[in-house]
Write a protein that binds this ligand. Structure first.
Ligand SMILES: Nc1ncnc2c1ncn2[C@@H]1O[C@H](COP(=O)(O)OP(=O)(O)OP(=O)(O)O)[C@@H](O)[C@H]1O
Length: 577
């Protein structure tokens, strides 16, 4: 049985001239309308309120004179003259209030006290409790991309975020970027990270990508880890990252907070939330290419991105046009996929459950992965922390996707891999083999309805910790000879065609779409690093009473990374309406 929390304070205070019993414990601030109050209505929702101390933003001293309050952020002001009996001391508590669809807002309640000493006691007790929350950041390094999205980054930060940080007593060092990769390069070398508790990115997913590249790289160099070596265990970043959405799409923010709202994100930063997140490192042999946190896509999704980049002048419509074009073109690509299945974990890519706040799958699997890594460190006989049985699949693929999170978006409300997790140390490897256009369309359409998109003969999905891909033209001569022997002479002619695209029969290679950027190499080695970074977020909370229960997809109304990551699910809207 839970022991009731010891009360630190219990007083009769007034809220809008009505008497309330107000109590403070280490975990809760509660105000209950007194039964003796003339307007007592015990069943009215607003009569009793409790706010977790962890969700109090700040407390502010006020003065109350003849019914009109005068705000004062930090110091007491003596009221000159007048009737002293009309002057009561007051304080305001600012706290997190949940609204529809995962939005948080800053609400406030004003308490008036019968005397100044009691008021001061309340203010200092609440401040003491807030100061004891070690997870809250006190100093932040903020990067603003002034050109992201609708170029509103600076305005959003100054008008919506900075005042909240000031209220919460957070000091900031703000850098408005001058050029692409300014934030990444500053973090890699110049930033004095010892003076800050976290890094905030004001921009879109591209800006977030810059931040993780700078921070992860810097952490490895500081810890003597070679980022170019794909077998090295990367050191986790100790600084949390906050995302203030100000890009065109803001996929990562949506996936970790549940909404793209700057105020909600700022409040998650203030309360000191922490959401671990897996990061995939992508290497070409012993050369580091990029880090990825959402989608790596070869074939269909790579082609859509490549084609859409040539059509930038079209604006967002280019994703629909390129998607439709790539669907009609129906290219498939040959190659070899090898992967290490995740071992000892709970959960599969076809689970009905979703990764949400306090996800049990992430906790369990994260624990397993860190125990395994620890064992590897102390066991010198083992060659690699993720040693296990590699499996190999050769074939012709329309798409090869690795989803490290669900990648949900309005056009694909369930996402590419609905049951993927943010921090379980795995990625869902989805292989769509060569099939008819009609079948491929069936697969794509299933991202928008209730049917299981993996329940098709030509689609397979594996939860993996590492995978490699080698396009056919990169395979060694001996591999090709083996294939020829296996498949007969007919292969020789088609191989000649593939190797000489001038004949126009088919394209040899696709490109990898890595979180919306095109990779320069097609032969890649991808390794998941469990909980490498932490965000100032908590994962999507289950829908509250205010949620729109009639629409189960209401909480996934967001755009993804310029629709880049899932671009191509475009034309389904044409069919699905
Ligand atoms: N000062 C700058 N000038 C030009 N480009 C910049 C600057 N600062 C950052 N960038 C680059 O701008 C690119 C896009 O920025 P950002 O992601 O913030 O917005 P977006 O592309 O509109 O949104 P999203 O990525 O969510 O679609 C990033 O890749 C980043 O490297």
């Amino acid at each position: 049985m839970d022991r009731p929390c010891r009360l630190l304070l219990l007083s009769e205070l007034c809220v809008r001239n009505v008497a309330y019993d107000v109590s403070l414990s280490r975990s809760l601030l509660t105000w209950k309308r007194r039964a003796s109050s003339p307007v007592y209505r015990p069943f009215r929702a607003s009569v009793n309120r409790s706010v977790p101390v962890t969700e109090i933003i700040s407390v502010r001293e006020e003065q109350w004179m003849n019914g009109s309050d005068q705000k004062d952020d930090s110091s007491w002001k003596k009221i000159k003259g007048g009737d002293r009996s009309d002057c009561r001391q007051a304080f305001t508590v600012l706290y997190v209030e949940r609204c529809r669809q995962h939005h948080w807002r800053c609400a406030e309640v004003n308490f008036t006290c019968p005397d100044g000493v009691l008021c001061q006691n309340w203010v200092s007790s609440i401040r003491e409790q807030l100061a004891s929350i070690s997870a809250r950041p006190r100093n932040l390094l903020v990067y603003i991309n002034p050109y992201g999205g609708k170029r509103q980054g600076k305005r959003i930060y100054e008008q919506k975020v900075a005042p909240l940080f000031a209220q919460a007593g957070i000091s900031t060092h703000v850098i408005v970027t001058d050029y692409a990769n300014h934030a990444r390069d500053h973090l890699k070398t110049d930033a004095d990270l010892s003076k800050v508790d976290g890094v905030v990115c004001v921009g879109g997913d591209g800006m977030f990508s810059e931040i993780i590249h700078g921070l992860v790289w810097r952490t490895q160099i500081d810890n003597g880890v070679d980022p170019n070596c794909p077998d090295e265990d990367l050191s986790p970043c100790s600084h949390r990252i906050g995302i203030i959405p100000a890009g065109s799409t803001d996929c990562i923010c949506f996936a970790t907070v549940g909404t793209n709202d700057p105020v909600t994100s700022a409040l998650h930063i203030i309360v000191g939330d922490s959401q671990p997140m897996d990061v995939c490192s992508v290497h070409h042999h012993n050369m580091f290419l990029r880090y990825s946190v959402s989608l790596l896509g070869y074939g269909f999704y790579g082609d859509v991105l490549t084609d859409s980049e040539r059509k930038r002048w079209m604006g967002p419509a280019r994703y629909d046009i390129s998607g439709l074009k790539m669907f009609l073109t129906h290219h498939y690509y040959e190659g070899t996929v090898s992967y290490l299945p995740a071992r000892g974990i709970i959960g599969t890519p076809r689970d009905a459950g979703r990764c949400r706040y306090g996800c049990a799958v992430c906790q369990h699997n994260g624990q397993i992965q860190s125990e395994r890594a620890e064992k590897y460190k102390t066991n010198e006989d083992s060659e690699c922390a993720d040693d296990g049985e590699w499996r190999t699949i050769r074939g012709k693929f329309l798409a090869i996707n690795a989803a490290s999170m669900s990648c949900a978006c309005p056009r694909s409300p369930k996402g590419l891999s609905p049951a993927a997790h943010l921090a379980d140390g795995t990625t869902d490897l989805i292989l769509v083999r060569k099939c008819s256009r009609f079948n491929f369309l069936r697969h794509l359409l299933r991202h928008t309805n209730k049917d299981d998109q993996f329940d098709l003969a030509f689609v397979e999905v594996h939860r993996v910790v590492r995978f490699r891909f080698t396009p056919r033209y990169c395979q060694s001569d001996s591999d090709l000879e083996l294939d020829l022997l296996e498949n007969g002479k007919r292969q020789i002619f088609s191989q000649i065609c593939r190797d000489h695209p001038a004949c126009g029969c088919t394209r040899t290679n696709s490109s990898w779409n890595c979180d919306g950027e095109i990779l320069t190499h097609t032969a890649i080695d991808v390794r998941v690093h469990c909980r490498l970074i932490k965000l100032f977020a908590r994962g999507i909370e289950e829908l509250q009473v205010f949620a729109d229960l009639s629409n189960p997809c209401a909480d996934v109304e967001y755009c993804d990374r310029k629709l880049r990551s899932s671009a191509g699910l475009f034309f389904m809207s044409l069919f699905v309406g």
